[in-house]
Design a protein around this ligand. Structure first.
Ligand code: ATP
Length: 449
């Protein structure tokens, strides 16, 4: 059974230390959230799974970690200064503010008045000054997406790795958008993380690669534990495409609040490298780019057969980490009424805690010491966090770890001290097995393989 409501997920997240409202003790700030002890592990595991699938399991993608503060030239030539905006309307009656494209029937959702201002563009970028003098002349932005610094580093990565097309550059990191109406828990927030790949291809091969990445990304989400019943591939209609896009496909998930975008995969043509390159006039740039006389670097490659220089096309799969976490929590959350427990049936590679080692009796020195040894041995294997749970009451510990998704609980009891055996309990089946401590390493490794 999938979670009934967003409220249940929000409540689980707070109760078990996944996600908290940011600045909560001062009343909170809208659109900002903090990831707690369980949330940070889940989020890191999701990012690591993406990184592995992009960089380690392939041979055509390099990683990058660029600065968050981004110079204004980058976001001028990318088009963000002029066009990265949402249409904002004010309600003249109750003074609330809304995104015009998200209103039903041109009504104020707050007071139902129809007395709204005309929509006007509201730029979503956060601007801040840089350097000691704040006279408004030297400013930078908190990046609204991770992509732009991938484009500006195109030549650096190419030259330092000797790559030839097709190849990609991947990055995970924070992005910031001053959303007019943040809502639906961590679905639409003002500070979030993106997992973005920019995959560079020769023009003419772009359609094929676009199709390839849509399929590949869809399958990746399934492997993370998302049921295809709640996953959809949607082609964005031609008249709704961003100005730079030749084709965009959204991977849409059926969130507790409705079907919405989890990841977008766009064919961005030569717009990005064409916008940021020096000597634009030397290339046949197919998209409509702003004249750039500031860039110092040619962002082009040479066709090895005919020796012509050209600007690569870009295929961009761009996924939100928070939206991924929300979808995964929604998938994993199960109320097991028969056994009166709540279970977070996360895929083991995503579970915040891989195993909890529990001494049967709290503060019993012999049991606790033995449990510590077992904990350290499992921790050394390096698959993620292993936890020593020295709080007594085995039943309560099992329930707690079911609820945060710990796949295995290892119990150390008095028999352990006699014959060096432990019990391993499986989250999903609730079955317990008695094993010799020496077999545990193999059992644990095989389980997570
Ligand atoms: P939306 O239409 O929902 O505002 P978008 O089309 O503007 O999203 P993109 O610019 O394509 O989003 O960003 C890529 C990904 O980043 C999205 O698929 C989403 O997962 C994530 N993302 C974008 N904006 C937010 C946000 N405000 N909060 C959380 N995640 C976001």
């Amino acid at each position: 059974m999938v979670s009934k409501s967003m409220e249940e997920l929000v409540s689980l997240c707070k109760r078990r230390g996944f996600i908290f409202q940011s600045n909560e003790i001062y009343g909170g700030v809208k659109g900002l959230y903090d990831f707690g002890p369980m949330g940070v592990e889940l989020k890191n595991n999701l990012k690591q799974s993406w990184w592995k699938s992009m960089i380690y399991e392939r041979d055509d993608i390099e990683g990058l970690d660029a600065s968050i503060l981004t110079g204004s030239d980058v976001l001028k030539y990318s088009g963000h200064e002029d066009t990265f905006s949402d249409p904002l309307v004010d309600c003249k009656s109750c003074k609330s503010r809304w995104r015009a494209d998200q209103l039903d029937n041109h009504n104020c959702p707050n007071c139902k008045s129809k007395d709204l201002t005309e929509p006007r563009p509201f730029n979503l970028m956060f601007k801040t000054s840089i350097g000691p003098v704040d006279d408004g002349s030297s400013y930078v932005y908190l990046r609204p997406e991770t992509a732009q610094q991938i484009f500006t580093n195109f030549k650096n990565v190419l030259d330092s790795t000797n790559r030839v097309l097709p190849f990609g550059i991947a990055q995970i990191g924070k992005a910031f958008r001053n959303e007019i109406t943040p809502r639906n828990f961590i679905f639409r927030v003002r500070e979030f993380e993106q997992m973005e790949l920019e995959f560079f291809v020769e023009p003419g091969f772009d359609d094929k690669w676009h199709k390839y990445w849509v399929e590949s990304r869809y399958n990746w989400w399934k492997k993370q534990g998302i049921d295809e019943k709640r996953l959809e591939i949607q082609d964005i209609k031609k008249d709704e495409l961003s100005h730079y896009s030749k084709a965009t496909v959204d991977i849409v998930y059926n969130f507790p609040h409705g079907k919405e975008e989890l990841e977008g995969i766009a064919n961005r043509t030569d717009f990005d490298l064409g916008s940021h390159t020096k000597n634009q006039q030397d290339f046949k740039i197919s998209s409509n780019v702003m004249k750039n006389k500031t860039s110092t670097t040619k962002l082009a490659v040479q066709n090895l057969t005919n020796k012509n220089w050209f600007i690569p096309y870009v295929i961009e799969p761009s996924a939100g980490v928070e939206r991924g976490v929300l979808a995964l929590l929604n998938e994993a959350y199960k109320v097991d009424e028969k056994n009166s427990r709540t279970v977070l049936a996360l895929k083991p590679h995503l579970s915040p805690i891989k195993a909890a080692v529990i001494p049967l009796k709290r503060n019993n020195e012999k049991l606790v010491n033995q449990a510590k040894i077992i904990k350290n041995n499992l921790q050394k294997i390096g698959l993620g966090r292993v936890m020593l749970e020295n709080s007594g009451n085995i039943g309560k510990n099992y329930r707690r770890h079911d609820e945060v998704g710990t796949p295995l609980c290892v119990t150390v009891d008095f028999e352990t001290l006699e014959n060096n055996t432990i019990t391993v309990r499986d989250r999903d089946t609730m079955q317990q097995k008695r094993l010799s401590s020496d077999e545990l390493k193999n059992y644990y490794e095989n389980y997570f393989e």
